[in-house]
Design a protein around this ligand. Structure first.
Ligand SMILES: [Zn+2]
Length: 261
């Protein structure tokens, strides 16, 4: 973790400091080496938050975009379950920066636990994800009925891992644009939207708009349009048949076959 308590105050790790874990109150030691970012570790092997993952430079760079008193915020459910949110904004959005693979069950648990959750996913962890994502984006989209919003056919590992998320998911491929996968996406349609990193941060920290909750208001537009996708495979539009992703035709054929039986 980036912070531990020393005399009740949140402090960053510095060589030879000892502190108290903000999550469980256990003793922690500062770890300041060459390989990993400076952090606090529990004495012994104790892990107080089963959801916690070791932080990379990528995690730390993201956290540091936000005020330090928004970072590593302990959240306690009514049943006493406690977790440490990577960032909690003043509008009560929890931002979770996810580098490692997360299984669907744990993803759902976190989405249930943090009601207003936004995932930021490291899109560069697996070597093929970025290439595949942009291939699919280039091939698949024939619906562009709202500015910048693209519907595409969700294939590939990234979509497989995140398509059923009920939260906003942002893929970070290390470029200025993040790609938001909207919660309404399903196994047939992925609704994706580019948004610059700067704009994303501005939504949460910025003071430039009068609104209390810029993020929510911005994304409300995309909740209305296009209309909620039906849980059916995409139909081939007659006017645009030349641009159809071959997989969509395959899927359509398979589906027709299924309907006949
Ligand atoms: Zn702890």
């Amino acid at each position: 973790m980036k912070f531990a308590l020393i005399n009740g105050e949140r402090k960053e790790a510095e060589p030879s400091l000892k502190g108290v874990c903000i999550g469980c109150g256990g003793p922690t030691l500062a770890r300041c080496g060459e390989v990993r970012v400076n952090h606090w570790a529990h004495q012994g092997q104790r892990r107080c938050d089963s959801w916690w993952e070791n932080e990379t430079d990528w995690h730390r760079a993201w956290k540091n975009q936000f005020p330090s008193d928004w970072q590593e915020i302990v959240q306690t459910a009514e049943n006493g379950e406690r977790h440490i949110a990577d960032v909690k904004t003043k509008d009560d959005w929890v931002l979770e920066f996810q580098h490692s693979y997360i299984n669907p069950q744990e993803r759902r648990s976190r989405e249930d636990f943090y009601k207003k959750l936004i995932w930021i996913v490291d899109g560069n962890r697996r070597i093929k994800d970025k290439k595949r994502f942009f291939e699919i984006l280039g091939d698949g989209g024939y619906q562009r009925d709202f500015p910048n919003l693209k519907s595409t056919f969700p294939e590939g590992a990234l979509f497989r891992d995140w398509i059923n998320s009920t939260a906003y998911v942002f893929f970070d491929f290390g470029e200025e644009d993040l790609w938001c996968l909207l919660p309404k996406s399903n196994e047939y349609y992925a609704f994706v939207l580019p948004i610059t990193r700067r704009q994303f941060i501005e939504f949460h920290v910025g003071e430039s708009m009068p609104s209390e909750n810029r993020f929510e208001i911005f994304f409300k537009n995309y909740d209305l349009k296009p209309s909620e996708p039906a849980k059916v495979p995409p139909l081939v539009p007659a006017t645009d048949a030349g641009n159809i992703h071959p997989n969509s035709i395959l899927r359509l054929m398979n589906n027709r076959r299924r309907f006949r039986l």
